[in-house]
Design a protein around this ligand. Structure first.
Ligand code: SAH
Length: 227
């Protein structure tokens, strides 16, 4: 391994220790995070900072999510499962950006359906996952409020942009005993919401960490200039 590869291994291990200290307990999640090289999602100039626990710019006025948040949301999404491997069938991801969270989700899902409203980010995400040889994520250019397949029953839904309220329609597409993990709020206060579908007419809502996501915007964008 060359010297930069070695450096990344050390800083990646430190990042995992950091996540443990911050309260990520699910070793399945820590394992997946340690297998996804975060530096490949970044431009050359930012790669040396890839394993810091912070969001970093990816262009188009967007960022790659903070590793802690990716770990936390994944942990919440799979917390009702116990075994290893692909514990969820179909997973819907809204706001896939550069595809980092999608790559982590691919370890736990048979199929990830990812939707992103900024067109060039779809190309970036596809390229990134091809580089990682991950082939169970389907990226779609569209508006996450509307453009997802309602005929599929999802075993998990993760949203990486914050609506003011979570769309009720998402609950209807969720299979029983599955969760939606979504930040909800405005630019002053947002909180991670976890909605568990118990049965057709029964849900459970829990509130978790305070977070700071970009707002979930309506419509699509050719270049991200309206974000
Ligand atoms: N999941 C990414 C982080 C994405 S940041 C990661 O792993 O790093 C949030 C993303 O949500 C942005 O790319 C933004 O363009 C997108 N977004 C905002 N509103 C959206 C909408 N209505 N539909 C789809 N994507 C949306």
């Amino acid at each position: 391994m060359n010297s930069s590869g070695f450096t990344f291994r050390r800083v990646k291990e430190e990042m995992i220790e950091n996540l443990l200290e911050m309260g990520i307990k699910d070793f399945r999640v820590l394992d997946a995070i340690s297998q996804v090289p975060r530096h490949i999602f970044l431009d050359e100039a930012l790669r040396s900072r890839a394993y810091e626990n912070r969001s970093l710019t990816i262009g188009y006025k967007q960022t790659i999510s903070q590793p802690y948040i990716v770990a936390k949301m994944t942990e919440l999404l799979i917390s009702h499962t116990k075994s290893r491997g692909k514990v969820l069938g179909n997973v819907l991801e809204l706001g896939s950006g550069c595809g980092y969270q999608s790559a982590v989700l691919s370890y736990f899902s048979e199929q990830v359906f990812a939707v992103e409203r900024i067109k060039p980010l779809i190309h970036k995400a596809r390229e990134n996952l091809v580089e990682l040889k991950i082939n169970n994520v389907l990226f779609k250019y569209g508006d996450g409020f509307l453009d997802w397949d309602k005929n599929i029953s999802y075993d998990g839904i993760l949203c990486a942009a914050a609506p003011r309220q979570y769309p009720q329609e998402l609950v209807e597409s969720l299979s029983n005993d599955s969760k939606i993990v979504i930040p909800v709020g405005d630019n002053k206060f947002q909180q991670l919401n976890v909605i568990t579908k118990i049965s057709k007419n029964e849900i459970k809502e829990e509130l978790h960490d305070e977070v700071a996501f970009v707002p979930m915007l309506s419509g699509t964008s050719i270049d991200g200039n309206d974000s």
